[in-house]
Design a protein around this ligand. Structure first.
Ligand SMILES: Cc1cc2nc3c(=O)[nH]c(=O)nc-3n(C[C@H](O)[C@H](O)[C@H](O)COP(=O)(O)OP(=O)(O)OC[C@H]3O[C@@H](n4cnc5c(N)ncnc54)[C@H](O)[C@@H]3O)c2cc1C
Ligand SMILES: *[C@@H]1O[C@H](CO)[C@@H](O)[C@H](O)[C@H]1NC(C)=O
Ligand SMILES: *[C@@H]1O[C@H](CO)[C@@H](O)[C@H](O)[C@H]1NC(C)=O
Ligand SMILES: *[C@@H]1O[C@H](CO)[C@@H](O)[C@H](O)[C@H]1NC(C)=O
Ligand SMILES: *[C@@H]1O[C@H](CO)[C@@H](O)[C@H](O)[C@H]1NC(C)=O
Ligand SMILES: *[C@@H]1O[C@H](CO)[C@@H](O)[C@H](O)[C@H]1NC(C)=O
Ligand SMILES: *[C@@H]1O[C@H](CO)[C@@H](O)[C@H](O)[C@H]1NC(C)=O
Ligand SMILES: *[C@@H]1O[C@H](CO)[C@@H](O)[C@H](O)[C@H]1NC(C)=O
Ligand SMILES: *[C@@H]1O[C@H](CO)[C@@H](O)[C@H](O)[C@H]1NC(C)=O
Length: 488
């Protein structure tokens, strides 16, 4: 354990006395100035109308962006510690951003102090331990690129641009999950700055309760600065994307055949049914993945045979596969939601296709820029057998296959409507799955996909009491409650 350099807190008492007579923004400004005073030259504070301020506040979905009072780019764990101490003493709201891909408003943004972890860019490889040391400001693209020279990789994101931090702290469904489990199942350690200012490691042996909590528990305990992830050998892979329109029956059949017949853990697909108002048409996108330079004969033939608008499938590096899947949000607002499934049937897949068509009909004339997306992720039901004991999932009895629902739109006037529709659509599909015999009415929802007003019980279930105890131990003054997100 290292204790952070002591921050001179006495001066805040007098500052706070002044602040009592001003509004909350004044207090936020005081916090910004105090942070600027205590951090080292490795770190910086930025104010509006600078390029750094804009990029620090940037989020993938426009609805997740807030203009903060200032932003901080800490460069060392010690400076993160000082920042947290100032925020705790001044009780200033703050946001912690990895790569800002949450589609829940306020989960990594704030009107107070925006912390952007962008300077934590380390990607190093310990060949003896088969462990990668990954700074909390990385996106997966950089991690794959950094590990490529060693012919190893990690269980990480499937789409370009996603942050390591939020992805890993929430679970992490990867193309490699059939082989190795969720990303949390491959974490061997976290370095984390606690709100008391102390910097600790959390592993299976050291602070093991914190280790358990961080594997799915996001920012409830502190700010993670480094992730230690298991690595696996990486050759070239085979795969890429196929885009079609007007052949959803064939896409459903190909997806169903793959789901029913392919148990090879090196194989994975994503099938996404979209309606895009900007194009005025329904577009279906499939991503194919096989963890070897050539897939077994016939495995993906149904997909390759589809009449397509574009096809970008080849033997390539893992990074190149990820780069072929860029998902732009085009400056739109956006929410995610999810249905937890144990199984896929053709009638359920058809109901999912119908949701995109039904809501397109309801929304296209009234909701400018609407984009409707249902992403089928047919992973192996054995996915949870690779790990144990983590904040999420709360039970490993049945593998959860999360359906990802994503809506985007242009106007803040439509926020409430979209929230209602996404909740209604998820409920409807849940009922269909239940009617087909799946026991999913109360199944835990994946926190990286669940819509913001989902209850904590619905996500963390039986783990909640234990998580609340761990939180009280590591964050006795609820400093982390000043930042947004799923809160124990
Ligand atoms: C296009 C797209 C594709 C996606 N694909 C997948 C996928 O294939 N599989 C999957 O599982 N998920 C996927 N997701 C969901 C993704 O896992 C979440 O959005 C994830 O939270 C993003 O991480 P981030 O660091 O970019 O997010 P951020 O918005 O920066 O952070 C998310 C949460 O983590 C907290 N946090 C961030 N950094 C830290 C830190 N250092 N310490 C403590 N707390 C921190 C934030 O405060 C916030 O509450 C996808 C999302 C998008 C937009
Ligand atoms: C943030 O401020 C900029 C510059 O003033 C403005 O263009 C932008 O719309 C604001 N963003 C939000 C989300 O309020
Ligand atoms: C990685 O694999 C390539 C191709 O097989 C090989 O040429 C290279 O030497 C390997 N590099 C390392 C560090 O093993
Ligand atoms: C955490 O562990 C790493 C690797 O063993 C070590 O380099 C680092 O100093 C440790 N950090 C703390 C705060 O103990
Ligand atoms: C795969 O599963 C489907 C059911 O979806 C079945 O009809 C088909 O015969 C199977 N195909 C192969 C090649 O086994
Ligand atoms: C295919 O994907 C690669 C990235 O992996 C990209 O550079 C290339 O432009 C894509 N090709 C087409 C035809 O879209
Ligand atoms: C299509 O979806 C709507 C909305 O969920 C539902 O009311 C309708 O019954 C569905 N139609 C079919 C054919 O499944
Ligand atoms: C959606 O937003 C548009 C544009 O602001 C507005 O005209 C419309 O009334 C809104 N519709 C609903 C149902 O919220
Ligand atoms: C979330 O809010 C929407 C809209 O108010 C509502 O329909 C839905 O039931 C809510 N979900 C939960 C879990 O409270």
């Amino acid at each position: 354990m290292r204790r952070a350099t002591t921050v001179v807190l006495l001066s805040f008492t007098s500052l706070l006395a002044v602040a009592q007579t001003q509004g909350p923004n004044f207090i936020y400004e005081v916090a910004c100035d105090a942070i600027a005073d205590v951090i080292s030259s490795e770190s910086d504070v930025y104010y509006p109308e600078t390029q750094e301020y804009t990029s620090d506040n940037f989020h993938w979905a426009l609805s997740s962006t807030t203009n903060s009072t200032c932003t901080v780019e800490p460069g060392t764990a010690e400076d993160v510690s000082k920042v947290l101490l100032v925020l705790g003493v001044t009780r200033t709201p703050f946001g912690i951003k990895g790569a800002g891909h949450t589609a829940n408003p306020g989960y990594s943004s704030t009107a107070g102090v925006q912390i952007a972890m962008t300077r934590f860019t380390e990607v190093t490889y310990d060949a003896e331990a088969n462990v990668a040391r990954i700074g909390a400001g990385n996106i997966w693209d950089n991690v794959y690129a950094g590990l490529e020279p060693y012919n190893v990789s990690v269980v990480g994101g499937r789409v370009s641009g996603i942050g390591v931090a939020g992805f890993t702290l929430g679970g992490g469904y990867s193309f490699k999950s059939n082989e190795y489990g969720l990303t949390v199942d491959t974490v061997v350690g976290f370095e984390v700055v606690l709100p008391t200012g102390i910097i600790v490691n959390a592993t299976a042996d050291e602070n093991s309760d914190l280790f358990f909590g961080l594997k799915g528990g996001f920012n409830n305990f502190g700010i993670v600065t480094t992730f230690y992830l298991q690595t696996h050998p990486q050759t070239a892979v085979w795969g890429g994307t196929i885009v079609t329109t007007g052949v959803d029956d064939e896409v459903v059949a190909a997806t169903q055949n793959f789901y029913n017949n392919v148990t090879d853990p090196k194989a994975a697909i994503l099938t996404t049914f979209n309606y895009d108002a900007a194009l005025g048409m329904s577009i279906t996108e499939m991503t194919l993945y096989y963890n070897a330079p050539t897939p077994p004969d016939g495995m993906f033939d149904d997909f390759i045979a589809l009449p397509s608008l574009t096809q970008n499938v080849s033997t390539r590096s893992y990074l190149s596969l990820i780069l072929s899947t860029v998902e732009a949000s085009d400056g739109l607002r956006g929410y995610f939601h999810t249905v937890s499934l144990y199984d896929y049937s053709t009638s359920l897949l058809n109901a999912i296709v119908n949701e995109t068509e039904f809501w397109r009909g309801q929304l296209e004339s009234d909701v400018p820029g609407v984009f409707i997306s249902y992403d089928v992720e047919p992973i192996l039901p054995s996915v949870f057998s690779h790990g144990s004991d983590s904040a999420w999932p709360p039970s490993r009895e049945n593998g959860i296959l999360p359906l990802n629902i994503y809506y985007a739109w242009a106007s803040p006037e439509n926020d409430t409507l979209i929230n209602h529709i996404m909740a209604q659509s998820a409920d409807y599909l849940t009922q269909i799955a239940v009617a087909e015999g799946q026991d999913v009415a109360e199944t835990s929802l994946y926190p990286n996909y669940a819509l913001y007003n989902t209850t904590m019980e619905r996500i963390y279930a039986g783990n909640l009491p234990r998580l609340r105890e761990i939180k009280a131990k590591y964050d006795p003054f609820n400093v982390m409650g000043l930042s947004g997100g799923w809160k124990f």
